[in-house]
Ligand binder design. Structure first.
Ligand code: ADP
Length: 265
């Protein structure tokens, strides 16, 4: 609570008064704290790859360059870390764009089975590398009104995670169906991305949509994650007036359930 006392003159006479303002600043302070935490997190996340690039470049210049095999492995690290930096910067910019509502959604009818098929096809090389079976099951003729690019981002993130957090030989499955909203007022499209992966501990489930939150930092890093994917997914889902939730069991797999209105107003 912030208290401001402002002296003031009352009426026409010389009578003096005090104006007492009590302001509940909890929400403002919380926002400020979140913002400064985010900046601190971003700085930390950016510093790690920059430090690696600098360190390996220095070591190369100090002599490691003379051994071709060493040089090649250090340069590969520099390349990977630069890619990582790029992904991070891209995700940070994307989040800030979404949050500032600078680019409104462009809704159009999307042929969902065809769309999901294309998404799966884009990721099939990656799934193939880990012998993961990736399949799509959607009702023929199911059209959803959504922003196609944004819906693509949502699905790419969910599918990518499914592949990243599933061991070799596992399965990732996308299904789409029409369901009724809880209050029966509206038709929703439910898109489920289910994997047979490592699962998410109960205590972490409520936090995985937070920016930079990861269950296992090392694992996320080695699979190229930025820790921002799910917070982008959540924002984009909300912009579509949709919801997203997770059901997961350690060692058995995770299911991300996305529900979007079939039609936009
Ligand atoms: P990241 O770039 O680390 O994957 P995300 O925001 O996409 O970041 O996800 C946040 C965290 O949630 C991940 O680091 C991981 O711990 C967990 N997670 C996300 N998807 C899955 C999944 N399909 N299976 C298991 N854990 C997952």
């Amino acid at each position: 609570l912030e208290i401001h006392i402002v002296p003031m003159t009352m009426g026409g006479d010389d009578e003096q008064g005090l104006l007492l303002v009590l302001q509940d600043v909890t929400a403002i302070r919380r926002l400020e704290r979140m913002r400064s935490e985010f900046v601190a997190n971003v700085s930390h996340e950016l510093k790690t790859p920059v430090a690696a690039v600098k360190g390996f470049a220095e070591t190369l210049l100090a002599g490691a360059m003379n051994d071709e095999e060493t040089a090649r492995s250090f340069l590969t690290i520099i390349q990977d870390e630069s890619d990582r930096l790029n992904r991070l910067i891209g995700d940070i910019l994307e989040l800030s764009k979404i949050e500032s509502r600078r680019s409104p959604l462009q809704f159009s009818p999307i042929d969902l089975p065809a769309f999901l098929g294309r998404m799966a096809e884009l990721l099939s090389p990656e799934a193939g590398k880990k012998s993961i079976e990736l399949n799509v099951q959607a009702e023929e003729g199911l059209f959803l009104e959504a922003d196609e690019d944004r819906l693509g981002q949502i699905l790419m993130n969910l599918l990518q995670n499914g592949i990243n957090y599933t061991p070799e030989g596992g399965k990732v499955k996308v299904t789409a169906e029409v369901v009724e909203s809880g209050d029966g007022e509206e038709e929703l499209v439910r898109i489920t991305v289910a994997d047979t992966g490592i699962g998410i501990p109960k205590k972490d489930v409520p936090r995985i949509f937070e920016r930079f939150y990861r269950v296992d930092k090392a694992r996320s890093r080695s699979s190229g994650g930025t820790g921002l994917g799910l917070s982008i997914v959540k924002h984009l889902t909300e912009l579509h007036r949709g919801t997203i939730r997770v059901e997961s069991e350690i060692g058995a797999g995770s299911k991300f359930i996305l529900e979007l209105p079939l039609l936009q107003p």
